[in-house]
Ligand binder design. Structure first.
Ligand SMILES: Cc1ncc(COP(=O)(O)O)c(C=O)c1O
Length: 351
């Protein structure tokens, strides 16, 4: 296979694109009077100073994150959730009606949805029975128009990390983009692929503040990748994709790294408790190991158990429609008292 070349896989319209130049990105420096962006010079209807457009490059946020994640700020893209980075990847590299992406079902649903929205075909190679990448079958899912492989590790909904050797094989042998989605990495206790960006020019690592940092409502996600690919993201993203309020709150949240770690540890302990607790129930046929903040279980009758739990005001996710997930429920690890209630409810199921 030919070497990876960004120039070869970038869409030609993106290559040619002259990005929108916003007032706030054209002027850098100190000034007293800003009459350049048609903002409201009298201020906002809130006490906070939201009358100015936010920093389009989220510099402060990237600097702080760079220290926490040990990734240079110039290798970080900040998105409106990591879902924004998934969409931008597809729009940057895949020509509608022509190109395709490769995914490994069962996996996170947005790769497929984003591809469909952009009229991009989806090649699928099922994971193996133990939810690992089937390297022998990968070649069946790749053709000359395959531009991105999405690898979710730890994988949603199965919960397990994918073998690093398989991911490395893809990075070395596929000459398109390999996007490693690490939304749940903080629960896995393994090193992030972001520490190996220098080795692989085709690597894009996705992370989020929605899980371990408990900020799903804020909508902040990241892509870590080469400076060249960051430049592409910056060209095609909406100029002000992260609001001022979100940037301020995210920066504040990142000061509380210790709290995020404590929460993560509690959730990992609670996961161990649930993994153990589930063993007592005969109607749970398989409890899959989890490197994430959720557990996939195969049960006798997923629909029935789902409805029973809903009647007890507990909502879990029925993943039975996904391949290799027949009769499977995905259960997010709750707070300790929520898990008490869950285990009690399960005890009285079919009792
Ligand atoms: C694997 C995976 N990637 C990405 C996301 C989306 O994250 P965000 O909230 O940052 O858009 C999720 C959300 O559930 C996920 O499970």
């Amino acid at each position: 296979m030919a070497e990876f070349s960004l120039d070869n896989i970038l869409r030609s319209n993106v290559k040619k694109l002259i990005p929108y130049s916003s007032a706030r990105s054209e002027f850098e420096g100190e000034a007293q009077i800003f009459l350049d962006a048609n903002e409201n010079s009298l201020g906002s209807t809130l006490n906070n100073n939201f009358h100015r457009y936010p920093d389009p490059q989220q510099k402060q946020l990237k600097q702080k994150l760079s220290l926490i994640k040990d990734v240079p700020a110039e290798n970080i893209f900040v998105g409106n959730g990591s879902d924004e980075a998934i969409d931008l990847l597809i729009r940057a590299f895949c020509n509608p009606g022509v190109d395709n992406i490769l995914i490994f079902p069962p996996t996170y649903g947005m790769y497929e949805v984003s591809a469909e929205i952009n009229d991009i075909a989806i090649n699928k190679v099922l994971l193996t029975e133990d939810y690992q990448i089937d390297l022998n079958a990968v070649k069946n899912g790749i053709d000359n128009n395959t531009k991105i492989i999405f690898v979710c590790s730890p994988n949603n909904p199965t919960g397990n990390l994918l073998e690093p050797t398989s991911i490395e094989w893809l990075l070395k042998n596929f000459n398109g983009i390999v996007a490693v989605d690490e939304a749940y990495i903080d629960f896995a206790g393994t090193q992030s692929w972001s520490q190996r960006l220098n080795e692989f020019p085709n690597l894009v690592v996705l992370q989020t503040l929605s899980k371990a940092w408990g900020l799903a409502g804020l909508r902040i996600g990241f892509a870590y990748t080469s400076k060249e690919i960051i430049h592409v993201f910056n060209k095609i993203k909406p100029p002000y994709n992260i609001s001022e309020a979100t940037q301020q709150l995210a920066l504040q949240a990142l000061q509380n790294e210790q709290q995020a770690k404590e929460k993560t540890n509690i959730l990992i302990q609670q996961k161990i408790r649930l993994l153990e607790g589930f063993k007592q129930f005969d109607f749970i046929k398989t409890i899959y190991p989890s490197d994430a903040n959720f557990i996939l279980v195969k049960v006798d009758d997923a629909k029935d158990l789902y409805q029973y739990l809903v009647a007890k005001t507990i909502v879990v996710r029925n993943r039975s429609s996904q391949p290799l997930c027949e009769n499977s429920l995905r259960i997010t690890v709750g707070a300790p008292e929520e898990n008490d209630i869950l285990l009690l409810a399960l005890k009285s199921y079919k009792a």
